[in-house]
Design a protein around this ligand. Sequence first.
Ligand code: XLS
Ligand code: NI
Ligand code: NI
Length: 438
Amino acid sequence: MKEFFSRIPTIKYEGPKTTNPFAFKYYDPNRVIMGKTMEEHLPFAMAWWHNLCAAGTDMFGRDTADKSFGAEKGTMEHAKAKVDAGFEFMQKLGIKYFCFHDVDIVPEADDINETNRRLDEISDYILEKMNATGIKCLWGTANMFSNPRFMNGAGSTNSADVFCFAAAQVKKALDITVKLGGKGYVFWGGREGYETLLNTDVKFEQENIARLMHLAVDYGRKIGFTGDFYIEPKPKEPMKHQYDFDAATAIGFLRYYGLDKDFKMNIEANHATLAGHTFQHDLRISAINGMLGSIDANQGDYLLGWDTDEFPFNVYETTMCMYEVLKAGGLTGGFNFDAKNRRPSYTAEDMFHAFILGMDTFALGLIKAAELIEDGRIDGFIAERYASFGGEIGKKIRSGETTLEELSDYACKLGAPELPGSGRQEYLESIVNNVMFG
Ligand code: XLS
Ligand code: NI
Ligand code: NI
């Protein structure tokens, strides 16, 4: 078997003191934190599209990286070379999962029947590799945004024929996800949104998106898919307005259309920040609604208004992420690096540096989040902050055993309440720094 990354060794944990660029400084898969190993806390996944397909093309220039893996692009030989390279890559890093779109794993043909045949062929090949290595599929999805037919979206399209093509792609992507034992199936909105309300019937489009999701659930359950469906919220890009704006919007949509039992959230850091939230916010909203499923682990650039899909570097962000994940009792999904190298980082070495950075950044986040929880000062402060609801009148409010008149009488008797107590934000932030840096 050809070795694609022969210059790069298997990446091992060497600890924070090492200067070996091909070693983990913080990600020690066997280290136990709050009763589970790091590897159990952090089921990392490789995104097929960024790591094995994207080669640096942007609006202003062509590929900078060579992702041919020794084969001619657009052929099934290339598709297979990507499988070989991808599994070698994941094995060298100790990555146990991957995520894919249908068109990441095969070149799309003009006729859907031929694309489906290719998908059958490649999935046999991927399955062999999975069985040989123990690497698993985290989730699958259908790319319903690149092909020009989806210019107005897939579920949200104005064309009934295009809607059927979307249905066909979802059906096949579900078949392949089930065949590969995928834990989840993702709906990222793609082009499900609009450019202008002047040509758009929003209610009609949202009903159709919900219909497509219901059809997917019915079919998926019929063929034995027991995992979670996910919505991956994003506020904009490629459409000016994307319907799945953020977690709160997507959860409301799922409940309204009766999809909330089968769906959870796949929260992407960069999407949350594009929506004007912190990553932590969308995780918290998902968690308190019982819908925190999986994470697309990346980060954006606060100076840029689009999905830059950078590898996670910001330890404050991963710490607050892991704080939410630990509090929620973990994910049913995993941490998919929906992230790409910067265009000038075009070598094979850079692909490894990127994953080492991402995995170490999350490992640090996990270590620090556990320390924050074990430290207890933040939890203690929050409990204290709401303590008045443990008093007689507070308890009545919480249990619903009161009336507006009773509360009004209580207030009138008091005359004026005391101020609600300091929020102590700066004090709490200093605790975070204290835990982060010792
Ligand atoms: C795009 C999305 C996409 C999904 C999968 O912004 O993040 O990559 O994760 O379709
Ligand atoms: Ni994503
Ligand atoms: Ni994204």
